[in-house]
Design a protein around this ligand. Structure first.
Ligand code: UDP
Length: 407
């Protein structure tokens, strides 16, 4: 994987040199990231590239993953869905189990970081340990918690307020009822990772062929975890509406995450909905399918992200970086990435998505223009180097209090 110096030609000398200056201010501070899965989903995706780059900059950065069983991840998935606003009551027994697993992890993990950087709700309870430690704690929330199921939010608030800061991905996710400092830092993609780097045409051709798709006809895709909130069934409805007018193929590709138990059930339902249409390709992607995802995105004529709820939507960022026309729901952080009719299309329904899909498939020049604008927008705002700069600035700010520097 390319080191930090490789980004000089993408972002320029000034931006990169600033990263070294900021990293230098953190000498002697260990930054320990903790989340709940090493593979699958946006958080693991970011950490797997962020940690080596931080280390390359000279930051003492680490990444640990908490351990949980099926029962724990079933509870945390309910919690995830409830925070996204679904009406799910989590029982006291389940919440007690959640706490028990967090306590067990806080005993088993060495929580040594000067800065403890805890990602998402699953490991949020580790902060109970801070009473015995003098380090700094940050909670990084990748979920849209602007309209959550209140009981779940009330439960989590007690933990969030024990952190020095809470980081959210979009301004609309901020809340007025938190005592802790709230920081806005949108996520990012790595332009040089296997998933996003330029690919030779032969590689794209061979992946497309392997999955049985035909590059001579339009390919519409959604590449996302198989999760109800990504609405893969809605995507099939959209495709069916458009297919009556335009001959196209649908690629629904994705896999699961080790902290998401719902995947197999969703996959069965999609297979049933696709029935025997040979132009619907349901592609199960094992972990480490980065080149396949890269190639499928590049081979797509139009990319959909029809999420009912969304955190930030890194799949949208990845698609825009490849200069693809994207039609996505105006959910979560997607409107930060897509300015309607400028860097892509925002929709709200199956009918709206089908309407715009027909338009983009019939007007390739317009579609291409949206894609080019989208790539520029990502370049300016959502690359990993900007993300690293924001994190380093946040870490440094933890040691400032009323103009006194503690570093
Ligand atoms: N992803 C993956 N394999 C899959 C499905 C998704 O590697 O089968 C990646 C995808 O390319 C993106 C991330 O996982 O980088 C998903 O992040 P996003 O913010 O879109 O959604 P999340 O899964 O975190 O809800």
């Amino acid at each position: 994987m390319p080191g930090i110096e490789a980004y000089r030609e993408i972002i320029g000398n000034d931006e990169l040199d600033e990263l070294y200056l900021l990293a230098d201010r953190l000498k002697g501070k260990a930054v320990q990231n903790i989340n709940s899965t090493a593979v699958g989903g946006g958080v693991a995706e970011i950490l797997s590239r962020m940690i080596p780059l931080l280390r390359d900059l000279g930051v003492d950065a680490y990444w640990d993953v908490i351990k949980g069983d099926e029962k724990f991840f079933a509870v945390t998935k309910d919690m995830h869905n409830a925070l996204h606003g679904l009406n799910i009551d989590i029982s006291k027994t389940d919440l007690d189990y959640f706490l028990e697993v967090n306590r067990r992890n806080s005993e088993e993990l060495d929580l040594f970081g000067d800065i403890m950087f805890i990602h998402d709700p699953q490991p949020i309870g580790l902060v109970e340990k801070r009473e015995h430690m003098s380090n700094k704690w940050i909670w990084r929330c990748h979920i849209d918690i602007s309209a959550p199921h209140e009981a779940t939010m009330n439960f989590l608030r007690g933990f969030i307020d024990r952190y020095d800061a809470a980081v959210f991905s979009a301004p609309s996710f901020a809340r007025s009822d938190l005592a802790t400092k709230q920081i806005l830092i949108p996520p990012s993609i790595d332009p040089l990772s296997e998933k996003n780097r330029d690919l030779p045409e032969e590689t794209i051709d061979s992946v497309v062929e392997r999955f049985g798709l035909d590059r001579d006809r339009p390919i519409v895709s959604q590449i996302s975890r198989f999760d109800y909130l990504k609405d893969p069934l809605g995507v099939i409805d959209v495709y069916k509406k458009v297919k009556d007018h335009i001959d196209c193929q649908l690629a629904l590709a994705g896999g699961g995450a080790t902290d998401d138990p719902e995947g197999p059930r969703v996959l069965d339902q999609i297979r049933a909905a696709a029935k025997s249409d040979p132009d619907i390709h349901i592609i199960y992607l094992p972990p480490s399918s980065d080149v396949e995802i890269n190639a499928l995105q590049r081979a797509s004529t139009v990319i959909l992200q029809k999420s009912l709820r969304e955190g930030f939507g890194l799949t949208v960022t990845e698609a825009l970086w490849k200069a693809k026309p994207v039609i996505a729901t105006a959910a979560g952080g997607i409107p930060l990435q897509i300015r309607h009719k400028r860097t892509g299309i925002l929709t709200y329904s199956v009918a709206g998505t089908a309407h715009y899909l027909r338009e983009l498939l019939s007007e390739p020049e317009y579609a291409q223009k949206l894609g080019v604008n989208g790539r520029e927008h990502v370049k300016n705002n959502f690359l990993i180097t900007r993300h690293i700069k924001d994190y380093l600035s946040l870490f440094i700010s933890l040691y400032y209090k009323e103009d006194i520097v503690y570093l």
